[in-house]
Design a protein around this ligand. Structure first.
Ligand SMILES: [Zn+2]
Length: 120
């Protein structure tokens, strides 16, 4: 996620001291190039799940694809507790899950799928 600095503020020119990245952070270098400490966010790999029953949407000029749901791990600066961020589409509203909430949702989804498939 790119955060835009408020206008009028000048980012430090010497770089920030590194933070200790989470093991799953795709950056992994401590985010020293972030303009502000609050931008030193660890982010995991984005997982995309295509919504195969949705109509095609234009994702770029003359490029069409199925709408997707995206999720990734995120850890805010100063926090030791990651969250799971889920959003739909390119600019969809995101939902933040604690790890326990994400686990409960994931297990409920798997149970539902297994129940539906065993009833065939
Ligand atoms: Zn990181």
């Amino acid at each position: 996620m790119t955060l835009i600095a408020p206008t009028g503020d000048t980012p430090p020119s010497t770089g920030l001291p590194p933070v200790t990245c989470a093991s799953w952070c795709i950056d992994g270098t401590g985010h020293t190039d972030a303009p502000f400490p609050e931008d030193q966010v660890c982010r995991g790999t984005t997982v995309d799940v295509e919504l195969t029953r949705r109509p095609l949407v234009e994702v770029a000029e003359d490029q069409w694809a199925r709408e997707t749901v995206h999720l990734y791990l995120r850890r805010n600066p100063g926090s030791h507790t990651p969250t799971v961020e889920v959003y739909r589409g390119e600019l969809g509203e995101s939902v933040t899950f604690t790890l326990d909430e994400a686990e409960a949702l994931g297990m409920a989804l798997v149970r539902s799928v297994l129940e539906a498939r065993s009833a065939r």
